[in-house]
Design a protein around this ligand. Structure first.
Ligand code: PLP
Length: 597
């Protein structure tokens, strides 16, 4: 079987088609049993039973919901339909006697689309049924053989999904997930705290009200009356001298409590954004939650997965904010070496393959894939593929913390979210480097069951990210649209790219022979190794400061604080070209004195 990258088409030999057909047989038996067993049961009741099991026991609720929608309309229909289709397929295959068939496989997206829109699919099915009343010869004329086979495979896949759904009713989650291709047992990844969390009834009511028709009268809410607030409207002038306006109704929304995941229109916009830049293989697997900056998202994601003293694999060196968060948490931080391409797949593999107790293997990996803070390193596609393959082998969740995504100086490589075939990526985006750091806007994109628990946490902490910030961002995005946003990010990347070049040139000129570094491909930082210095703390805080130049000692970015480190993080984000030149000349002088050069 040959799979293309995005699994859009597949070549099956006839031999390989056999098990698919066998699973359809199995499926048919299961379907008849299902129909027999639940003949007298109201399907709706059955759905409620399954849904409550899924939602409250951390099942993969999306699969179940899709399955329910499918079962609602087509179970009986398919059972009749399938037998007929199979005979026809048989006939076609025997007539053409091909060695192999090349078919376009319905992508999971297509399949889900089909399942979730069964009204349409019912029509499609009946149309095909009408067609099938004609002879095979006519069929050959009316639709290509490839399409016909494709269509049958589509039906088979649909049936096997329903088959798995039926299985789910009688199985534990773990058993269900083992049988369901591409289904992850997310309960395995939840910390004890996350497992205990339940949706907050009050917050759920806010969500319910937000989604109700405007004519709904609510006596349920604890929201204050916005007419008493002193703010009326607002006009914000942008740097290009155009404006965005928050009229009184937008202002009222911006001053009120929001549903926890965020303002609905902004969420929809951010979904469009994720699709534009990452086009996840199956976006329905994920949900978004807007957070107060990505740091809030990160700390909640750590708490979502980790219990006290459990291991987490991280880049080393690593963003100090995350290390400090994990330290407070009591996590067992496992440092993985990095190089110019970010986390080393080889080191990661070595650590995992030599792990002493398989029962305590890490379940999660945290990495900053672009313009890393502090090293400026970016992972190339090859490295990402290697890391993803290891994550698959050891069943790890990948936390992709990517605040510098839009600060890339060359064409971006696909993100982990883009290549996530399994639903094992939690991605964190930040507006801090793009719109404003002070608005505190970030967002988490996570598989539905994980996002659901993250939202439960957010419901009882910040409740939601600032509604005013969300409204300002929304108005801006609506004015810009995706194209305007993209142009803005291009300007940003260009600015930081120029700053990087100035800084790298100044380092080469003033620190020649005294430091080694890799030129960043993204972000705001250069990571220097000072040759011949063991610990840069004194050098920075005493000697460099005395010369009126401030940098950050590398020790801040290592988990093990008992050691000394010869590194320095240099930021080029806010300095003018003159400051870059003068500052590096000053640091060069400090280093020459220190190294007697
Ligand atoms: C790697 C990394 N993650 C997260 C953050 C936090 O970003 P935010 O401002 O969105 O909270 C930062 C901030 O510098 C960062 O460098």
């Amino acid at each position: 079987m040959v799979k293309s990258n995005k699994i859009q088409s597949i070549s099956y030999t006839l031999e390989e088609l056999r098990p698919i057909r066998a699973s359809v047989d199995q499926c048919r038996v299961q379907l008849s049993n299902f129909i027999e067993k639940y003949k007298s049961v109201d399907l709706l009741e059955l759905e409620m039973r399954l849904l409550s099991r899924c939602v409250y026991k951390n099942w993969n609720a999306r699969h179940a919901e899709l399955g329910i929608q499918a079962s609602r309309r087509v179970v009986r229909f398919l059972e009749r339909f399938l037998a007929k289709r199979e005979r026809q397929l048989e006939q076609i295959l025997s007539e053409f006697k091909p060695d192999a068939v090349h078919i376009s496989l319905p992508s999971r997206g297509t399949l889900n689309q089909l399942i979730s829109n069964l009204q349409e699919s019912s029509m499609l099915l009946s149309k095909a049924e009408r067609l099938s009343k004609t002879t095979v010869d006519r069929l050959r004329l009316e639709c290509s053989r490839g399409n016909y086979v494709h269509y049958n495979i589509l039906i088979m896949s649909l049936c096997s999904r329903i088959y798995f759904l039926v299985l789910a009713l009688d199985k534990t989650q773990q058993e269900f997930c083992t049988n369901m291709p591409g289904c992850i047992d997310y309960a395995r990844f939840l910390s004890r705290a996350a497992l205990r969390r339940q949706p907050s009834a009050v917050r759920e009511a806010t969500q319910l009200f937000a989604r109700s028709p405007p004519s709904t009268i609510s006596f349920a809410s604890g929201s204050p009356n916005t007419s008493l607030f002193p703010f009326k409207d607002a006009t914000i002038t942008l740097t290009d001298d155009t404006t965005i306006h928050l009229d009184s109704s937008a202002m009222a929304k911006a001053l009120q409590y929001l549903p926890t995941p965020g303002q609905e229109d902004l969420l929809q916009w951010l979904k469009k954004l994720q699709n534009r830049y990452h086009s996840p293989i199956d976006f329905k697997r994920y949900e978004l939650c807007i957070t107060n900056g990505s740091m809030e998202g990160l700390s909640k994601v750590f708490e979502l997965i980790l219990n006290y003293a459990e291991p987490i694999l991280v880049d080393s060196p690593c963003y100090s904010g995350s290390l400090d968060c994990l330290r407070g948490f009591g996590a067992d931080v496992i440092s993985i070496n990095t190089d110019a391409n970010g986390m080393s797949a080889q080191s990661l593999h070595e650590i995992l393959s030599n792990w002493s107790d398989p029962n305590t293997l890490p379940r999660v990996l945290y990495t900053i894939p672009n313009g890393s803070n502090p090293t400026g390193a970016s992972m190339n596609l090859e490295r990402k593929k290697e890391i993803y393959a290891i994550a698959q082998k050891y069943n790890l969740i990948i936390i992709e913390d990517d605040p510098y995504y839009f600060l890339q100086f060359q064409k971006p490589d696909p993100s982990f979210l883009s290549m996530d075939t399994d639903g094992r990526v939690i991605r964190l985006d930040s507006m801090s480097k793009v719109l404003s750091a002070g608005m505190r806007l970030g967002f988490v994109t996570a598989p539905v069951p994980l996002c659901h628990k993250l939202v439960c946490h957010q419901q009882v902490t910040s409740m939601h990210a600032s509604a005013l910030s969300q409204m300002v961002a929304l108005k801006l995005f609506e004015k810009w649209d995706l194209s305007g946003f993209h142009q803005h990010t291009e300007r940003i990347a260009e600015f930081y790219g120029k700053q990087k070049t100035l800084m790298v040139n100044a380092i080469r000129k003033h620190l020649k022979g005294m430091v080694t570094f890799n030129e960043p491909k993204a972000g705001m930082f250069v990571w220097l190794k000072v040759n011949g210095v063991e610990d840069t703390r004194k050098l920075i805080y005493e000697k460099a400061l005395a010369q009126e130049v401030l940098l950050l000692p590398g020790s801040a970015f290592f988990y093990d604080q008992s050691k000394t480190y010869p590194y320095v993080r240099v930021s080029y984000s806010i300095s003018t070209p003159e400051q870059i030149e003068t500052g590096m000349a000053r640091f060069g002088k400090v280093l020459r004195e220190e190294l007697n050069k």
